[in-house]
Design a protein. Structure first.
Length: 72
């Protein structure tokens, strides 16, 4: 599994999946830092298994969580 796919899976099942208990704030911060690395494809679409019509990208995650670091 490449880094983009690994991060996509982690974010999909921890952040976007409505059945998870949510992603802890420190995990969001760590995921954001990893997503900002130049080797990560920020536009590759990934899908949630819960809702097959709902596509997200790493850019979506970065945009939705852009203010999280300001809380600390």
């Amino acid at each position: 599994m490449n880094p983009t796919k690994a991060l996509s899976h982690f974010i999909a099942y921890q952040y976007y999946d409505c059945m998870s208990s949510g992603m802890p704030k420190w995990d969001i911060i760590i995921a954001r830092l990893l997503c900002l690395h130049s080797s990560i494809n920020k536009t590759k679409k990934f899908i949630l298994m819960v809702r097959k019509d709902n596509w997200h990208t790493i850019n979506d995650f970065l945009e939705e969580t852009k203010n999280i670091e300001k809380e600390y």
